[in-house]
Design a protein around this ligand. Structure first.
Ligand code: COA
Ligand code: ZN
Length: 317
């Protein structure tokens, strides 16, 4: 008898990574409506917003209000992205369940994105950790550009591992490796994930892929084969870092869930619900979204046969 494969945990990031790059303002009530709908689909983790400078990311300037108004589903952890102490104080006051601290392996990207170097980021994190632990709030640390930087190019694996260890030494339990601008390939992912899993248990490691160069799902599968079980994904494949040239969407939640379910991997998520919600995004945002399954439907959603005569008529027309 073969054992059932481990379930895959997907953290939904459309409201944060997804909306942060949108040029059109999404009203707070629409964000709350999206979040409440997502909460009903079985997520155990939703990244709800970020507490960054409203000048840097105006699209998420309503983070406090979003946290205050969302109807929280029991069993779901509502995560806040945090760049510095000020952001952590705001996120704690807003009642975030977990702080996702973010810095980049590339100093050039960290300066472009956060206006500081790695040392400055970690000095802030050292002040944040005791405050979060005192409040019983979870901690995750993201290493952005872990698979490549649009300014510096390839990133040294040893440096990425050292940053992972630095987070863990501070008392940050969860770690995310982020492919901020979709520069990773599956072989590279397999190698780095294997090394990081020697430092961090699979339940604490998240992989964050962007589909910038069409390798997002291949990278997810490579990470899964190497032992990773937690992934970020965004409804509709929205997303991107506003401070990285050529950034484009996260791997698409409903495409990931569809692939997993077709492969017999469980996610605990409501795929028809996700597809239905994704289909409202183009009207909300004013543009098409990159996800595939919301357009094509699932492979099991069969079409009525047009019949031979109808096919002939179509060919003639
Ligand atoms: N939330 C709100 N305001 C903040 C803030 C935060 N987390 N951190 C700093 N500020 C305010 C300061 O109070 C200050 O305001 P003032 O001019 O009215 O006094 C102003 O922003 C500048 O502060 P400073 O500490 O000099 O920050 P900075 O201008 O160097 O910016 C960050 C640093 C980290 C706040 C900014 O680069 C940022 O928000 N980056 C996030 C980018 C992002 O979200 N990328 C995508 C996700 S990874
Ligand atoms: Zn991202």
């Amino acid at each position: 008898m073969s054992l059932a494969p481990d379930p895959i945990v997907i953290q939904e990031v459309a409201l944060c990574d997804g909306l942060q790059i949108e040029p059109a303002w999404v009203p707070t009530e629409e964000k709350v409506r999206l979040a409440d709908a997502l909460s009903g689909f079985g997520f155990s983790r939703i990244e709800l917003s970020s507490f960054v400078s409203p000048l840097a990311v105006p699209a998420l300037r309503d983070a406090e209000e979003v946290f205050a108004r969302v109807r929280r589903a029991s069993g779901c952890i509502y995560v806040a992205l945090v760049p510095n102490l000020r952001g952590a104080q705001r996120a704690l006051a807003a009642g975030a369940d977990e702080l996702n601290l973010v810095m980049s392996s590339s100093d050039t990207h960290n300066r472009a994105n956060m206006g500081m170097d790695a040392g400055t980021s970690f000095r802030a994190f050292a002040e944040i950790v005791p405050r979060a632990l005192d409040s019983g709030v979870g901690l995750n640390g993201t290493v952005s550009t872990a698979f490549g930087c649009p300014f510096e190019g390839p990133q040294d694996e040893d440096r990425v591992l050292a940053l992972v260890e630095r987070y863990r030494a501070l008392g940050v339990r969860g770690v995310t490796l982020a492919d901020t601008t979709g520069m990773a390939n599956p072989r590279q992912v397999e190698a780095l994930v294997e090394r990081v899993l020697s430092l961090v248990p699979a339940e604490d490691l998240t992989l964050h892929f962007h589909n910038t160069r069409g390798m997002g799902l291949a990278n997810l599968l490579a990470a899964y084969e190497a032992g990773a079980r937690r992934f970020d994904a965004a409804l509709g494949g929205l997303g991107g870092c506003p401070f990285a040239p050529g950034a484009s969407g996260n791997i698409c939640t409903e495409d990931v869930v569809n692939m997993c379910h077709d492969m017999g991997l469980t996610t605990g998520l409501d795929l028809p619900g996700l597809i239905g919600l994704s289909r409202i995004l183009p009207a909300l945002l004013g543009h098409d979204t990159p996800g595939q399954v919301a357009k094509a439907g699932r492979a099991c959603d069969l079409h009525p046969s047009p019949g031979t005569q109808a096919l002939r008529r179509q060919r003639k027309a």
